[in-house]
Design a protein around this ligand. Structure first.
Ligand SMILES: [Zn+2]
Length: 283
């Protein structure tokens, strides 16, 4: 199956849904790292969740899910933007042996950051009290947005898929309808979620509930790193530090942890325009 994101809306009640399936993009993201199975699975879940949540962005920008925990995975992060470009990383997770959500992440907080291309970034935080990423996100929507939201997420290191239902904001809640729709989705098994095309799955679940399908969108792995961003990071080290590295190594090499792309800067690249001297020449 191809990587896809599908929005749908129930015609007779104010509930929307998103379905996502990731295969190529997920495998591309895993390919440049050696993740243990539990970490690869968790990363897939984060990618699915970021894709589902980014689908609700109403502007150009990115949505980032991140946990800095005290479990076997010190840092995990997945990012999806409004062009359905994905990237993700688990840092220092090579030694992780667990497949359990809590053992992998420990205690801590899940940060949900929205970065509009223009305007202020917004960050929401929820504690990792739930037994799964889906449950933590459901808690987040209940606490912060007061929106009934359910997520079903599966990943197996090769494929990752997810389903989200959410009541539309500013509508009269209809608890009976909401329970009806989520109870049906609760019947989907992990394997079924990973192996069933969107339309088949939605028909199987909701053939008695009229729903409207929107345009299907493709998703892909694309890293947003740029040479300019790494150059800025190096410049922020300050002139002294930069000179001392250059004296030792002749050039400064960095690499992007998301895509493994290498960026090499010579003294000439960095010139004499460190932030300090740059300011000094500005009138
Ligand atoms: Zn990159």
């Amino acid at each position: 199956m191809t990587d896809s994101l599908q929005r749908f809306l129930f015609e007779e009640c104010d509930v929307r849904g998103e379905h996502v399936y990731l295969e190529q993009s997920y495998q591309d993201i895993l390919a440049s790292h050696h993740y243990p199975p539990g970490v690869a699975k968790l990363l897939g879940e984060f990618l699915v969740a970021a894709s589902l949540l980014s689908a609700t962005l109403k502007f150009e920008g990115s949505l980032i899910l991140q946990v800095r925990g005290n479990g076997e995975v010190p840092l995990i992060m997945a990012e999806a933007n409004s062009k359905q470009e994905l990237r993700a990383i688990a840092q220092n997770a090579e030694q992780a042996i667990s497949k359990d959500f809590h053992h992998l992440l420990g205690t801590g907080q899940l940060a949900i950051t929205i970065e509009p291309r223009q305007g202020n970034r917004y960050q929401g935080i929820v504690s990792l009290d739930g037994d799964s990423l889906a449950e933590c996100l459901e808690n987040y929507f209940r606490q912060s947005e007061q929106l009934s939201t359910r997520l079903w997420i599966s990943a197996d290191g090769q494929r990752a898929a997810g389903l989200m239902l959410q009541e539309l904001p500013s509508t009269e809640p209809n608890p009976a309808q909401w329970i009806h729709l989520s109870t049906l989705a609760d019947t989907v098994s992990t394997e079924e979620l990973l192996s069933t095309p969107t339309e088949t799955l939605l028909y199987r679940l909701y053939h008695q509930d009229p729903l409207r399908l929107f345009e299907t969108k493709g998703l892909s792995f694309k890293c947003s790193c740029t040479r300019a961003r790494f150059e800025n990071a190096i410049r922020s080290l300050g002139e002294d530090e930069i000179n001392s590295i250059l004296e030792e190594q002749n050039e400064i090499e960095t690499h992007c942890e998301f895509c493994n792309r290498r960026y090499v800067f010579t003294g000439q690249d960095l010139g004499n325009i460190s932030p300090d001297s740059n300011q000094a020449t500005r009138h």
